[in-house]
Design a binder for this molecule. Structure first.
Ligand SMILES: Cc1cc2nc3c(=O)[nH]c(=O)nc-3n(C[C@H](O)[C@H](O)[C@H](O)COP(=O)(O)O)c2cc1C
Length: 166
């Protein structure tokens, strides 16, 4: 049976929550590990890889992990972000993540909003060029909520329904 790894990078727990929802929705032969603890990926048929959006992009640690994925590895990417769902800003990072792994086979992507920490908000608030963005990001304070987590579970089930064929 296929072996599936859910792995994530998460500073304040939002991406971890989404990872756990995805993990819950998967059936057998599954593992969940923070990115830092992943030793090798060869034994997995499919990887769900999650990250928080940082500076409209993929955190450095996650970017280097992605770049090292072996040829043909099947992956499903997910992210959490402060920006509004569907905004160009929220899409950029996941599009970037897809673009840096031409060697892998991306079977799906998912993203939802995640509360931005007070400390990060304070830092961005002090920078005039980020004022508008901070107002938008601050409204993510209830996320990920139960609805986001249910969508993450649905995403996992959908990926499982299509991935053997892609
Ligand atoms: C240093 C830093 C930079 C961030 N930059 C962005 C950003 O560019 N765009 C965005 O939508 N959210 C940004 N965020 C918000 C996070 O992506 C969001 O809060 C995410 O859910 C955090 O996930 P985590 O709890 O798993 O770390 C930033 C947060 C931090 C701490």
């Amino acid at each position: 049976m296929a072996k599936i790894l859910v792995t994530y990078f998460s500073l304040t727990g939002n991406t971890k929550k989404v990872a756990e929802a995805i993990f819950e929705a998967l059936e057998k032969q599954k593992e969940i590990l923070p990115l830092e603890e992943v030793k090798k990926v060869d034994e997995y048929d499919l990887l769900f890889i999650g990250f928080p959006v940082h500076s409209h992009s993929v955190p450095y640690k996650v970017e280097s992990f992605l770049r090292q994925l072996p040829l043909g590895k099947k992956v499903a990417l997910f992210s959490t972000h402060g920006s509004l769902t569907g905004s160009e800003l929220s899409r950029q990072a996941i599009e970037h993540a897809v673009s840096i792994i031409p060697q892998a086979k991306v079977v799906g992507t998912f993203s939802c909003r995640g509360r931005i920490s007070q400390a990060a908000l304070e830092i961005f608030r002090g920078l005039p060029e980020h004022e508008a963005w901070v107002d938008m990001a601050a409204s993510a304070f209830r996320h990920p909520d139960e609805n986001d987590l249910e969508e993450a579970r649905a995403f996992a089930r959908w990926v499982m329904s299509i991935y053997p064929y892609r």
